[in-house]
Ligand binder design. Structure first.
Ligand code: PMP
Length: 449
């Protein structure tokens, strides 16, 4: 029935979805009354679960005061308080924040701030932003130019200035030991090589997700990688930008994922978990010296109408208060360890479950046809689509992406809200196992052909 509903709305495809009625905690209900466990927090967004009463109350209070104040006319308490909180959470020396309505806008802001800093310092030869493939940094043209994901970039390449890319450190694909510091150095050396190849005087920044999101499936960098990258950036005067749009906000057990390695970037961006789906919100924080240089040179030539929207900022502030007061980052670590262990256990039952990876509740598993070579499943199986659908039919939402650039692999994000309990983990595993069981019949057909 849902396939034939008439609609004036469109997104990516003609594919229709059930209509959402309500959402509470980790659960969502469609208008037919079917219940779903939100095992991917939307797109790794709704970190503290749905309809949190304290966040709703904070938003209601803000709504009764004001819902909009244009930034050239007014400052707002909500934006000011959230900026102070962001500064408290960010590495030392990042005392000011800039707000946006989402991740792509935050990435654009970071690139433009970096560029204006270079110009302000008389270093205007520097414009290239090195990033990685695969990677996803946003849908707008600037963010797309630094995205390494061909299904989304190819049609627009003629319209974008190509930006250099280096491979993401996927040790599991290359048969390298992720715990070995030599592995981290090996991948970081690719950054140095690229800088030298392109000409260090032209390189503005290196943009990297400390823990990969949907493009790499919760890719955790190998030992030593993050530190080596920091050193290389410093050596060549290249700014280090951390895209924590997905990894920030507490999901990995730390507010910013880079804290796992004690590495501070020059600029960072965060979005999804920052207001956890309660309002469209993203943020950028930068080292004071960068902000001061740009402001002193005449101002940051950049801004969005909705930047610093008080309702969005009040939501963000309440979300962070909830994470702190309920110790949700500790729960992300506890439940993440449990869920990861249970996902690892799937390997015994299904020989096509390949790598399981991630930290805290930013977790993913990859399906393969051969665990030794990590050869992907046959493309025609459309695992990324089918398995998600099989889980969805059972009332479990997970999130998938075709990995490795174009179509050559399937991984699945299992990232419930960080309020999840052991009972929720068991429910996820029960439905996921049943979905994999159904899917295994297709894999065995593939193997007979
Ligand atoms: N960067 C990363 C790492 C992301 O995961 C995303 C969204 N998936 C973005 C940027 C873009 O964010 P948005 O969709 O909010 O514009």
């Amino acid at each position: 029935m849902s396939e034939h509903r008439k609609s004036h709305l469109f997104y990516q495809t003609r594919h229709r979805r059930p209509v959402l009625d309500q959402a509470r905690g980790v659960y969502m209900w469609d208008v037919e009354g079917k219940r779903y466990l939100d095992g991917s927090s939307g797109a790794m967004v709704c970190n503290i679960g749905h309809s949190n009463p304290r966040v709703l109350e904070a938003m209601r209070r803000q709504m009764e005061k004001s819902t909009f104040g244009y930034r050239l006319h007014f400052e707002t308490e909500a934006a000011e308080q959230l900026a102070a909180k962001t500064a408290e959470l960010a590495p030392d020396g990042m005392e000011r924040a800039f707000f946006t309505s989402g991740g792509s806008e935050a990435v654009e802001s970071a690139i433009k701030l970096a560029r204006q800093y270079a110009v302000a310092r008389g270093d205007s030869m520097r414009w290239k932003v090195i990033s990685r493939f695969p990677s996803y940094h946003g849908a707008t043209l600037g963010a797309l130019a630094v995205t390494g994901y061909s299904p989304m970039t190819v049609p627009f390449e003629a319209m974008m200035r190509p930006m250099p890319k280096i491979p993401a450190p996927r040790a599991y694909l290359d048969g390298l030991d992720p715990e070995d510091i030599a592995t981290g150095r090996h991948y970081a050396a690719m950054l140095e090589q690229k800088i030298l190849e392109e000409g260090p005087e032209t390189i503005l920044a290196f943009l990297v997700e400390p823990i990969g999101g949907a493009s790499t499936g919760a890719l955790v960098p190998p030992a030593g990688y993050m530190q080596a990258v920091r050193e290389i950036c410093d050596r060549y005067g290249v700014l280090l930008i951390h895209d924590e749009v997905m990894s920030g906000g507490g999901r990995t057990g730390k507010f910013f994922a880079a804290e796992h390695w004690n590495v501070a970037p020059d600029i960072l961006v965060v979005s999804k978990g920052f207001a956890a789906g309660y309002a469209p919100l993203g943020a950028m924080a930068a080292r004071d010296e960068i902000v001061d240089a740009v402001l002193d040179a005449g101002g940051f030539i950049h801004g969005y109408t909705y930047a610093g929207n008080p309702l969005a900022c009040a939501a963000g502030l309440a979300v962070i208060e909830e994470i702190e007061s309920e110790d949700l980052m500790a729960n992300a670590t506890r439940m993440g360890n449990l869920l990861k262990q249970r996902l690892e256990g799937l390997k015994q039952r299904f020989d096509f479950v390949g790598d399981v990876r991630g930290v805290g509740l930013l977790l993913a598993f990859e399906l393969v046809s051969d665990r030794v070579t990590m050869k992907p499943l046959q493309r025609e199986l459309m695992a990324y689509d089918r398995l998600v659908e099989m889980a969805y039919q059972r009332g479990l939402i997970i999130y998938s992406r075709r990995t490795r650039g174009g179509y050559d692999g399937d991984h699945f994000m299992v990232c419930p809200p960080v309020i999840a309990t052991e009972t929720h983990v068991e429910e996820i595993m029960e439905n996921l196992t049943a979905a994999l069981e159904e899917f295994s019949a297709l894999v065995s057909v593939e193997r007979r052909i």
